[in-house]
Design a protein around this ligand. Structure first.
Ligand SMILES: *[C@@H]1O[C@H](CO)[C@@H](O)[C@H](O)[C@H]1NC(C)=O
Ligand SMILES: *[C@@H]1O[C@H](CO)[C@@H](O)[C@H](O)[C@H]1NC(C)=O
Length: 204
């Protein structure tokens, strides 16, 4: 299928609204709501030596694609979060283009993606799958598996990050659904993020 780059329409979605949900729980250790603190990273906490679980404080994992931090990839940082975690884990992503397909699995709630304030457009998680691409079994990915970033878990939040799918096409072309951000978890908050793609950019 041919497409002409001059016909490409780039859809930019700014999600400046946010949703904050509360629910009560008998477990006092679990904070079942999202607060502004959850998208703030204490600079002192980001030093390598401090990026461990610090009992009641949230944990910070630092991602720098150039090395020198806890992980060079966003997925690498997610993989460091224990399954069934009950504490907030902030993944602090330094500016750069992270060319990777990222999934936050259902069993890892309370994750934050935090970019540098003012660096939203320079902190990009980017991939280029589309619905008609095949998986390793030769089956079409379909729209929902085309997502560059997939959030399956609850209590996710993000700020100062761009989510991108770089597939270019004429809007409406079949098989060209190319999701930048898919979220299936409950109770998420997005503040100052950019979601960039050409078809089915945001799927929730
Ligand atoms: C940590 O949280 C637990 C449960 O809420 C509480 O009992 C404990 O005193 C806290 N510890 C510190 C150092 O704040
Ligand atoms: C996480 O919870 C699920 C569901 O309760 C359980 O099947 C799984 O074994 C747990 N994983 C760990 C590492 O505790």
């Amino acid at each position: 299928m041919e497409y002409n780059c001059s016909l490409v329409t780039v859809v930019v979605v700014f999600l400046c609204g946010f949703r904050v949900c509360f629910s009560l729980t008998s477990d006092v250790h679990v904070k079942n709501f999202i607060s502004w603190d959850d998208i703030k990273v204490d600079e002192h906490q980001t030093r390598l030596s401090d990026s461990r679980v610090n009992h009641n404080r949230s944990r910070v994992i630092v991602v720098n694609k150039n090395g020198g931090a806890d992980s060079v990839t966003v997925q690498g940082a997610i993989d460091m979060v224990p399954e069934n975690n009950t504490r907030r884990v902030k993944i602090y992503i330094l500016p750069g283009i992270y060319r990777e397909k990222v999934t936050v699995p259902k069993c890892k709630p309370y994750i934050s993606f935090v970019g540098n304030a003012g660096q939203m457009s320079n902190t990009i998680i980017s991939w280029n799958d589309k619905a008609s691409d095949k998986d390793s079994n030769g089956i079409n990915l379909g729209t929902y598996r085309s997502a560059s970033v997939t959030i399956e878990s609850d209590y996710f939040c993000a700020t100062d990050i761009t989510f991108e799918n770089t597939v270019v096409q004429t809007p409406g072309e079949p098989g060209m659904q190319a999701v930048a951000l898919r979220i299936s978890g409950d109770k998420a908050m997005f503040y100052k993020v950019k979601v960039v793609g050409t078809q089915d950019t945001l799927l929730d």
